[in-house]
Design a protein around this ligand. Structure first.
Ligand code: FES
Length: 114
């Protein structure tokens, strides 16, 4: 993942579906990274920060991560099947179901300085 397991990028987010009690408590760094995530759900944890102490079941979050707008430009005219997040800071760029238009791409380029 992007930060190499330092608890900064949140691209390693998983959603715990069972066995929450078998994970180490959420630390300050993990909590700060999770707070920035628009896609956070009640079971969200960072896989690089949570220590597994027993049986745990997780699922991947329902979102895609991109670092550059070019990665979604080919999807103009379609609806995002899942939330599209910025891979470095976890910002929500395109909400699931939103139509990806040239205007959306232009706005993303401006906000991401690309
Ligand atoms: S790898 Fe970056 S927060 Fe886990």
């Amino acid at each position: 993942m992007l930060c190499g397991g330092k608890g900064l990028c949140a691209t390693c987010q998983v959603v715990v579906t069972s066995g929450h009690q078998n994970l180490s408590p959420i630390g300050e760094k993990e909590e700060a990274a999770l707070k920035r995530l628009a896609s956070r759900s009640p079971g969200s944890r960072l896989s690089c920060q949570a220590r597994v102490l027993g049986d745990v079941t997780v699922k991947m979050p329902d979102s895609d991560y991109i670092t550059h707008v070019d990665e979604i430009e080919a999807r103009i005219g379609t609806r995002a099947p899942r939330d599209i997040m910025h891979s470095e800071d976890g910002r929500l760029l395109v909400r699931s179901g939103q139509l990806i238009t040239k205007y959306v791409i232009t706005q993303l380029r401006k906000s991401l300085n690309q």
